[in-house]
Design a protein around this ligand. Structure first.
Ligand SMILES: Nc1nc2c(ncn2[C@@H]2O[C@H](COP(=O)(O)OP(=O)(O)OP(=O)(O)O)[C@@H](O)[C@H]2O)c(=O)[nH]1
Ligand SMILES: Nc1nc2c(ncn2[C@@H]2O[C@H](COP(=O)(O)OP(=O)(O)OP(=O)(O)O)[C@@H](O)[C@H]2O)c(=O)[nH]1
Ligand SMILES: [Mg+2]
Ligand SMILES: [Mg+2]
Ligand SMILES: [Zn+2]
Ligand SMILES: [Zn+2]
Lengths: 207, 207
């Protein structure tokens, strides 16, 4: 439809800009509370300027997430939709132009908390990354397949909670593989730091 | 807009039908994995036919949730959107007409897992019920205010996990009260059953 064509024009503009500036952009998509912001807080610690990155924080309301990122000394711009359930390419494009792209290796878009709609919108990213916490249940990839199909990688978060929740990691990975045979699955905890290095190495290789 | 007007016509049709049949309808809205289906499984046990109810299960894909409800001997119809991130009134209206309304006291709509869009759509319910799990974080009401503003009651689920997550119940309730002064907040666990009776009593009083 026309709106999608319009979105795609902006996504391609963004892709052109990022290629020219040699900046990697990833689009983190997951439910509210899946742990996206916590993962970025952890990455700020673990990356220690090995990869210089900034964050485009997408939310319906509040600047809370951008403030959390700023508190760990990473530049963050808060994008507020005021109601829309997903970020679109035009909004992301304008926010990008305000970042110091010449001094960055990577931009992370944290999309609005939502497992459905963000998967449908290209915002010019190199990769969509699906974020699912072990508290949400191992059947979620099957129930929300588009995101897991589109993702270039999947992150299972909060694995420190595995002792206390009914989550079968093998079942969940099998569900993911049925939908997407090639995306690697990273199991990690932003709380304890376990597994975060493997995820960071994958990012390093994508640059 | 026209589409909203159209949706509202069907919602009012539904309200008329439910009033005529003396059936209470509630619309459960919360993130993927917040515990909506688990709560319905627990209600099937606790209600033991005191309130005769059926479920309209909304999902993007799979019949998993309807099957879980059927497995505890409650009638469930699976409504599949195939992509839409929320249920709409017309779909709910047609599904309702296939239920044995003369033999029911209540219909529960379990909406698509999503904290944003379902709050915008009236499907003819008497009440929207916001469902938030303690694993998601106590800042979510502020970040996704429309649902909490529209809800006639809020359910905080999975309280058995409180020892293992960073969730301040008082902060969360304060966040909710700022947005919605009158909605009661029920803290419960579908896993252990704690707090479920208070929720059920509220439903009883609404009939
Ligand atoms: N136990 C545990 N809790 C975590 C972990 N990561 C995040 N959390 C908690 O999960 C809750 C939600 O984390 P957020 O980082 O706000 O989640 P989010 O995906 O950014 O949420 P939205 O931006 O609203 O979509 C918070 O209470 C975090 O403390 C983890 O690795 N382990
Ligand atoms: N510890 C604990 N886990 C729970 C509780 N309720 C649900 N869960 C778990 O949370 C996960 C998600 O539960 P569901 O009932 O599928 O959540 P849902 O809200 O119906 O998910 P969607 O329909 O996909 O939006 C499952 O692994 C459940 O076992 C609870 O009270 N305590
Ligand atoms: Mg966040
Ligand atoms: Mg469910
Ligand atoms: Zn949506
Ligand atoms: Zn929607």
């Amino acid at each position: 439809k026309d709106l999608m064509g319009e979105n795609e024009k902006w996504a391609n503009e963004t892709r052109r800009l990022l290629t020219e500036k040699c900046v990697l952009m990833i689009n983190l998509i997951g439910s509210p509370g899946s742990g996206k912001t916590a993962l970025l807080e952890r990455m700020a610690k673990s990356l220690e300027n090995r990869i210089r990155f900034a964050v485009l924080e997408g939310d319906v309301e509040t600047t809370r997430d951008a403030e959390r990122i700023a508190a760990v000394n990473i530049q963050a711009s808060q994008l507020l939709t005021g109601g829309a359930c997903h970020l679109e390419a035009k909004l992301v494009h304008y926010a990008l132009k305000d970042l110091p792209l010449d001094d960055l290796d990577m931009v992370v878009v944290e999309n609005v908390g939502n497992l459905v709609c963000p998967a449908e919108f290209d915002v010019g990213e190199m990769a969509k990354i699906a974020v699912l916490s072990v508290a949400e249940g191992d059947d979620k990839p099957s129930k929300y397949p588009l995101l897991f199909h589109e993702a270039k990688a999947v992150i299972l978060t909060k694995i420190d909670l595995l002792l206390h929740v009914d989550f079968d990691v093998d079942d969940c990975i099998a569900n993911i593989k049925r939908i997407n045979a090639s995306a690697p699955v990273f199991t990690l905890s932003a709380k304890t730091g376990i597994g975060v290095d493997n995820w960071i190495n994958w990012l390093h290789e994508r640059r």
